[in-house]
Design a protein around this ligand. Structure first.
Ligand code: ZN
Ligand code: ZN
Length: 140
């Protein structure tokens, strides 16, 4: 099993059988709102490779793209577990914080950097997109 994970209280656990398609750091305002003012760091997996035990809560927001984003989190401790776009139901965007250490992942691409606060330090070695990047490649 390449990756395991859990929320802060342990009510939700993850078992992930595949490798990420992409890893991204998102600085959009909605991510800042759920991540205490910083970015979210995420690993995008094929949805059917992410098994989750426990009952998640969810909230849905419209995205600037016109898609609907659904945020899944632990109803007990509030930990963010994954997000999903209505345009890409075959993918799950898993929060780094929900993965057990040492997972060995780091974000490869920074997105929505236009919305990053002035104090943000974004690694210049990372690929950067001022707003939404192209969709990740469709997995085979
Ligand atoms: Zn929890
Ligand atoms: Zn975001």
């Amino acid at each position: 099993m390449p990756f395991s994970g859990r929320c802060a209280c342990g009510q939700i656990t993850l078992a992930i059988s595949g490798k990420p398609i992409s890893t991204r750091q998102c600085w959009c305002r909605q991510c800042q709102q759920i991540a205490a003012g910083g970015p979210t760091n995420n690993a995008i997996f094929k949805a059917d490779e992410v098994a989750i035990a426990g009952t998640l809560a969810a909230a849905t927001w419209p995205a600037a793209s016109g898609n609907t984003l659904t945020y899944h989190f632990c109803p007990s401790c509030g930990s963010q577990i994954y997000g999903q776009s209505s345009a890409r139901p075959h993918l799950k965007t898993v929060r780094f914080g929900a993965l057990d250490e040492p997972h060995g992942l780091k974000p490869e691409i920074a997105i929505w950097t236009d919305e990053a606060p002035t104090w943000a330090k974004i690694d210049p070695a990372m690929e950067q997109w001022p707003q939404q990047p192209p969709a990740p490649p469709t997995p085979a």
